[in-house]
Design a protein around this ligand. Structure first.
Ligand SMILES: [Zn+2]
Length: 459
């Protein structure tokens, strides 16, 4: 990484608003010595799981104004894994966190099964404070990529244990079930209680939004749900905090570290909404993620020494804005249909399975008053089928009305947007492989991922 470019980038930030002076400084920059450059102290790495650029367009058109992400767009990332054109979240996070391609389902290991160091470990080795903030189980693939090395992403008991061994300063999300033994209502088969273990390590433990709104200290473990946190569409703000609220609390706690911090913040459930082909829930998840981006950028603007990077691990659902209707290509789609959607498809399934009629559920929770024949067929088939088919069919009724299309209940292989703000942001411009992101962050921060990987393997 050319030091001159880095110095120039920092100059631009320092004299923000005085662009003429900054450009003069760029032209006249003396040969840069590393110690002369102002420090880039902090990194906020935001991962919107499953977010393609269509999801950003949908949010922008729904809101009728630019998103926070829009002003940060600098490039795109390719997402393929070592063994497939379509990555899963495990291989993708290994690329983003460790800078290497690996096989689907593997976390923090190369395809031969050897451990590879990640950005959070590199930050810790330099004395930075660290954090992981998610809305899925915190033992899910994306956060695991910054705190674990396992051959199979489903090894969530091991992931929880490795996460605690890392002594990360702030851990917030769902997934209490993998921290508790079965005797305490959890899923751990080894009978360990990792919440007790965390307390013994000195962690403050919080489990409700109210507790997160009280006095906090580092290290902090917050587990707000047994499983994933509730979809944003269905979330009770009195019970569970929003992603933006968790982001704000985390930045407050980490910003006091004199050495700086590294934090990964994931909009985990954009992916889940899109696995359900649920346009309404996707809109809510996108709003929640974009609010967290706004919180991160306003921190970085105030601070001036913080790099914000955001990129998805892959796209999910094959979301498209515009679709065939009865064999006809219509040049339209209607994001305003989603204004009537006030619950996830799964909440509507629960309402129907506990006695509400399909018509009333679609009227009250999806804002659909008049159902056509094709809607009624989908509804009847869904009700006669299992919960997954009912969820899919309810979501399909809404998507058809909005002319929003989906190609899969899984992931796709398209490029995803790359967003950056702060010192060094210009280095992220262009078409990148997802492995470049870790390399660029490591280069800017002076992290030695290769050296740390060698140490991991020598253990
Ligand atoms: Zn993912």
């Amino acid at each position: 990484m050319p030091l001159r470019r880095l110095t120039a980038a920092r100059s631009l930030v320092i004299v923000a608003g005085l662009q003429f002076l900054a450009l003069s400084a760029l032209a006249a920059a003396p040969p840069a010595a590393p110690r002369a450059a102002p420090r880039l102290r902090n990194v906020i790495f935001l991962i919107p799981d499953g977010m393609g650029t269509a999801a950003v367009t949908l949010l922008r058109e729904y809101e009728g104004r630019p998103t926070h992400l829009d002003s940060l767009l600098v490039g795109v990332c390719r997402t393929y894994s070592a063994d497939s054109k379509v990555t899963d979240s495990a291989a993708a996070v290994t690329a983003l966190a460790c800078g290497i391609k690996t096989n689907n389902r593997m976390i923090g290991l190369d395809p031969a099964g050897r451990p590879v160091a990640n950005l959070l470990e590199a930050a810790q080795s330099r004395g930075l404070a660290t954090g992981l903030v998610v809305t899925s189980r915190i033992t899910h693939a994306t956060p695991a990529g910054f705190a674990a090395h396992v051959p199979e992403r489903n090894q969530e008991e091991q992931i929880a244990a490795q996460m605690l061994e890392h002594r990360i300063d702030v851990l917030l999300g769902g997934g209490r079930e993998y921290f508790l033994p079965r005797s305490a209502g959890g899923k751990r088969l080894d009978d360990r209680n990792l919440v007790s273990a965390a307390r013994a390590q000195g962690y403050q433990y919080v489990a409700t939004a109210a507790e997160l709104r009280g006095p906090l200290r580092r290290p902090l473990l917050g587990l707000f749900d047994d499983d994933h946190m509730t979809y944003e569409a269905d979330r009770d703000p009195a019970a569970e905090p929003s992603l933006a609220e968790m982001t704000g609390k985390t930045l407050d706690l980490l910003a006091t570290d004199p050495d700086g911090f590294f934090v990964m913040i994931e909009g985990s459930r954009i992916d889940h909404a899109e696995h359900d082909d649920d346009a309404g829930a996707t809109r809510y998840e996108m709003q929640a993620f974009d609010a967290a981006v706004g919180a991160a950028v306003s921190f970085a603007r105030r601070d001036g020494q913080t790099l914000v990077v955001a990129t998805a691990d892959h796209e999910t659902g094959g979301l498209s804005l515009g679709r065939l209707r009865s064999g006809n290509s219509l040049y339209a789609y209607y994001p305003e249909v989603l204004r009537g959607v006030r619950a996830s498809g799964w909440k509507m399934v629960q309402a129907i399975r506990t006695g509400a009629s399909g018509d009333s559920v679609l009227r009250v929770w999806a804002g659909l008053d008049s159902l056509g024949d094709a809607d009624r067929t989908l509804l009847a088939e869904g009700i006669a089928g299992d919960d997954v088919s009912l969820d899919h069919n309810l979501n399909e009724i809404v998507s058809r009305r909005a002319l929003i299309g989906w190609t899969t209940y899984g992931h796709t292989g398209i490029d995803v947007g790359l967003y950056a703000f702060g010192p060094g942001a210009e280095l992220f411009r262009g078409v990148h492989d997802n492995t470049d992101v870790a390399g660029l962050i490591a280069g800017l921060m002076g992290f030695d991922l290769a050296g740390l990987t060698a140490k991991l393997r020598a253990r």
